[in-house]
Design a protein around this ligand. Sequence first.
Ligand code: NAP
Length: 248
Amino acid sequence: MKLLENKVTLITGASRGIGKGIAELFAKQGSNIAFTYLSSDEKAKQLESELASYGIKAKGYKSDAANFAAADALVNDVVTEFGTIDVLVNNAGITRDTLLMRMSEQQWDDVMNANLKSVFNLTKAVQRPMLKAKRGSIINMSSVVGVKGNAGQSNYAASKAGIIGFTKSVALELGSRNIRCNAIAPGFIETEMTAALDEKVVQQWRDSIPLKRGGTAVDVANLTLFLASEMSAYITGQCINVCGGMLT
Ligand code: NAP
């Protein structure tokens, strides 16, 4: 039996990386998929047809998760097209890394808006269909950096720590309505973004991880699937690391 048969999942930032991995796994598990992206039109089109080949309904939306009005309009469009939203995965995120001494107001604002405000925007908007359906699972992509901090990433770490506080509060507010909310804290996950880094540096990271490898989008997607499905029916308000033991 498929774990998400006939469900509707909305995933932000799925044109590549972890979001794409989640979309692929969820589609294989029977979920219809609405996903967003910011600028990768070609990749989004390709993903739409790949997902549809698993026999589910799939649609990509060009929509800025950081924009409150756009997020609200997106959720209305998805509900009109798909009927409801059972699962929301707040995955879209960016980095603008630099030391605090050099960080501009713009770099701070861009990261907070794309990573944290986006989670508020989408979660607030999906409350309506989820309250109506009397069920839902919301999964927010944090980071081990949000738990531990990281030099050169004070903006990113603050946004990811904010996601954890938001997740726990939403879980407390909506638990009685059968709506669960959890966060995932990935460690070093090898995506297109990390492929651009110096191989020597990447190897040093791998060597420092207890499981001796970087994570994959599938490693993160597997936990996301568990949190989306009824397998995790009694789990809410948690932040779970997927980091190969990096943060232990
Ligand atoms: P990625 O490869 O850079 O992909 C980011 C995705 O988000 C893309 O689809 C991008 O769309 C989309 N996006 C960015 N800003 C957006 C916005 N304002 N509105 C809508 N979509 C937007 O990132 P990733 O490595 O897969 O990371 C995914 C999530 O996991 C992020 O939240 C990240 O912080 C978190 N994370 C990643 C790692 C890691 O090691 N990779 C570790 C911990 C946490 P376009 O393609 O159109 O730009």
